[in-house]
Design a protein around this ligand. Structure first.
Ligand SMILES: NC(=O)c1ccc[n+]([C@@H]2O[C@H](COP(=O)([O-])OP(=O)(O)OC[C@H]3O[C@@H](n4cnc5c(N)ncnc54)[C@H](OP(=O)(O)O)[C@@H]3O)[C@@H](O)[C@H]2O)c1
Length: 274
């Protein structure tokens, strides 16, 4: 396993470490994206809701490596009706100023719009060449099952909240059963991994930070991670995950932290969460 490791999902290659960009704005956002790509990141995650597609695209283009980088964006839940979706994807492309979106996700399920209609419109965007691959985010086990039945095109990932403090084994198993990648958002629990006794202690053994141990715990399971930072120096830290490995005992000890079941992103509104 190396920084260039990819997770194969339905013949689509997803770089195992990406950069999250939620809350990054303006020139700082463009600069961080460009610098991340210079360091070696080949996967950048944005969304219509982050209001930074313009700056993300600027950073990608400034890196001079657009063709090597996978850019993900997400359609916001209020725009999942086919006509809105098609218009908004074209808007995303215009803001990003790139010729296609590598991976397009449904950001959140919206029970008011039939899933088959949304996935049908996404398939149309793919067939027209606006988008390379399709996926979902914040989908439950039940929604993954429904999506499989009604999607005209393969779905390559479910992007979900995933870190050592949250038990996601059911949805991870459902993704694996469908040959989909799991993309972990908030993979360092918004920075809360710092100071955790278990992660800090294991980090000392390997001369790594708690954040690095946490990210390694995920990538060692084949889970894609998209940590966000606003600090250039942490871009390197969050990418330096491949010069050490966790033992089975260390993996098991970190695995026990999920008993806390600390969810950061509120799912209480969703009737289908499993
Ligand atoms: N699909 C969805 O619904 C969804 C939801 C949430 C997030 N996401 C995506 O996932 C990405 C990552 O999730 P996130 O932004 O929620 O949280 P995260 O990546 O788990 O954590 C980001 C926080 O951790 C801090 N941090 C970064 N590197 C660190 C390190 N090495 N040591 C200690 N602290 C560190 C950052 O502070 P500094 O800036 O000070 O470094 C920031 O406050 C988002 O940016 C977004 O792209 C998707």
């Amino acid at each position: 396993m190396s920084a260039q490791t990819i997770v194969e999902a339905k013949d689509f290659a997803i770089p195992i470490v990406g950069l999250g960009t939620w809350a990054l704005r303006g020139r700082d956002c463009a600069r961080l994206v460009e610098q991340a790509i210079r360091i070696g990141y080949r996967h950048i995650d944005t969304a219509q809701m982050y209001d930074n597609e313009r700056e993300v695209g600027e950073g990608v283009r400034a890196s001079g490596k657009r063709n090597e980088v996978m850019v993900t964006t997400k359609v916001q839940p209020s725009l999942l009706a086919p006509h809105d979706l098609e218009r908004s994807v074209k808007e995303s492309l215009a803001k990003l100023r790139i010729d296609h979106i590598d991976l397009l996700l449904i950001h959140w399920p919206n029970p008011r719009v039939p899933l088959a209609e949304t996935l049908g419109a996404m398939a149309k965007m793919k067939q027209a060449g606006f988008v390379r691959q399709l996926g979902v985010s914040n989908f439950t086990v039940a929604l993954l099952d429904e999506a499989k039945k009604v999607s005209p095109e393969p779905l390559v990932c479910d992007q979900i909240e995933c870190h050592p403090f949250l038990d996601q084994h059911k949805v991870i198993a459902a993704c694996r059963a469908q040959g989909m990648a799991v993309v972990a958002y908030s993979p360092i629990a918004r920075g809360n991994v710092r100071g955790n006794e278990v992660l800090e202690r294991i980090g000392k053994v390997h001369k790594k930070s708690a954040a690095q141990v946490c990210l390694r715990f995920l990538v060692q399971q084949g889970i894609v991670v998209i940590p966000r930072t606003s600090k250039i120096e942490r871009l390197e830290e969050n990418f330096a995950l491949f010069d050490f490995a966790l033992s089975d005992a260390e993996m098991a000890e970190i695995g026990k932290l999920s008993g806390r079941n600390d969810r950061i992103v509120d799912f209480s509104w969703s009737p289908n969460w499993d």
